[in-house]
Write a protein that binds this ligand. Structure first.
Ligand code: F6P
Length: 358
């Protein structure tokens, strides 16, 4: 009998259930005798041996479901070294205990950057691991795209689509803050997809005079409103000297929305035009996956099943150039995938006159 553990960890996103379904269905098709143990609430289930025994019926009828049927949690983590609880106690022995007790052949871990790093530690400790890249942020190294990302783009674009008419009616500047953590993928795509005039992303520090310039340019053209898509990790040129960790701390202390509200009031003062802020927040992570993510998560799930069947452990499934690929977990967990400045979409945006405030 082949015994598989399933873990969904970190912030949820659309497509997690579709991926669980993909892994389950594909393994049932491939292997005669297979058992599934779904860990509740991410690594917590593995630590506390709290799981759900799953069979074929559990993998049916969940393709469109948002969130994760297994629940998820964020695990305290010390970069590169250990998975610990709040008191700093090493949680690896407890996780290893569950793995051995259930006699697992492999643990399939679905998660974002933090989860990939933790999964690598489990691999280093001797577990057979396959990971799938999930996040609305699209910031996982080794894959062009992650499930959840396209659904969040759709929602982010939709929010901005609806802002256009009210911005125009009132002749206002609107700042729409989009998630994405320290990367600008979501804001860039949602901004272009919904006709934003300015897009602020962490990879291109902005200056307020440059944003004002873009707004004034629109006014001269006869446009009484301007829409600014702000990535939650966007930084001004003044803050660009801070390290990534310092920026994260600054955001923790004030939440990025505060920074966006401050920017709105600065713009209002300088331009004399009313400014408003919309923060869709976790709405971007909720609801059913879009069809693209359903397909992608299913592909990733089926690819994970193939890696299990051929015992190719220690890998993340990814997508590169439209092809499903296998990425060593050591590489996938090693760094964050930021938007490269020569990214084609940045060029496209500039080509049509979208300002990055630089
Ligand atoms: O990583 C996904 C994400 O939604 C980020 O875009 C965002 O910064 C963060 O998670 C929010 O985390 P939480 O759900 O813990 O508030």
């Amino acid at each position: 009998c082949t015994r598989i553990g399933l873990v969904t960890s970190g912030g949820d996103c659309q497509g997690l259930n579709a991926a669980i379904r993909g892994v389950g269905k594909a393994l049932i098709e491939r292997i005669d005798n297979v058992e599934f143990y779904g860990m509740y609430d991410g690594y917590r289930g593995l630590i506390e041996c709290d799981y759900k025994y799953m069979d074929a019926l559990d993998f049916s009828g969940i393709l469109l479901d948002g969130g994760t049927m297994l629940g998820t949690s964020r695990q305290p983590y010390v970069p590169g070294t250990a998975i610990v609880d709040e008191e700093g106690n090493d949680l690896m022995p407890a996780m290893m205990n569950t793995y051995n007790r259930l006699n697992l052949d492999c643990l399939v871990v679905m998660g974002g950057n933090g989860t990939q790093k933790s999964a690598k530690l489990l691999m280093d400790a001797g577990m057979n691991i396959i990971t799938l890249p999930k996040t609305i942020d699209n910031d996982i190294w080794g894959t062009d795209t992650t499930f959840g990302f396209q659904s969040a783009i759709d929602i982010g674009s939709n929010v901005i689509d609806y802002i256009h008419s009210t911005a125009q009616s009132h002749g206002r500047i609107f700042l729409v803050e989009l998630m994405g953590r320290d990367a600008g993928w979501l804001a860039l795509n949602a901004g272009i997809g919904s006709g934003a005039d300015v897009i602020l992303i962490p990879e291109i520090p902005y200056s307020i005079p440059k944003i004002v310039e873009a707004i004034e340019r629109r006014k001269k053209m006869g446009k009484n409103c301007s829409i600014i898509a702000v990535a939650e990790g966007a930084v001004s040129v003044d803050d660009a000297i801070l390290t990534e960790e310092e920026r994260r701390q600054a955001r923790k202390n004030s939440t990025h929305s505060t920074i966006t509200y401050k920017l709105a009031s600065e713009l209002e003062k300088i331009t004399g035009q009313e400014a408003r802020v919309t923060v869709p927040g976790h709405y971007q992570r909720g609801g059913p996956p879009c069809p693209y993510d359903r397909v992608l998560a299913t592909q990733f799930g089926a690819a994970a099943a193939e890696l299990i069947a051929t015992k190719q452990y220690g890998n993340m499934v990814g997508m590169q150039g439209g092809k499903i690929v296998t990425v060593p977990l050591v590489d996938a967990a090693s760094r964050t995938k930021f938007l490269p400045l020569d990214n084609d979409l940045i060029k496209t945006a500039r080509d049509i006159g979208i300002s990055f405030g630089d």
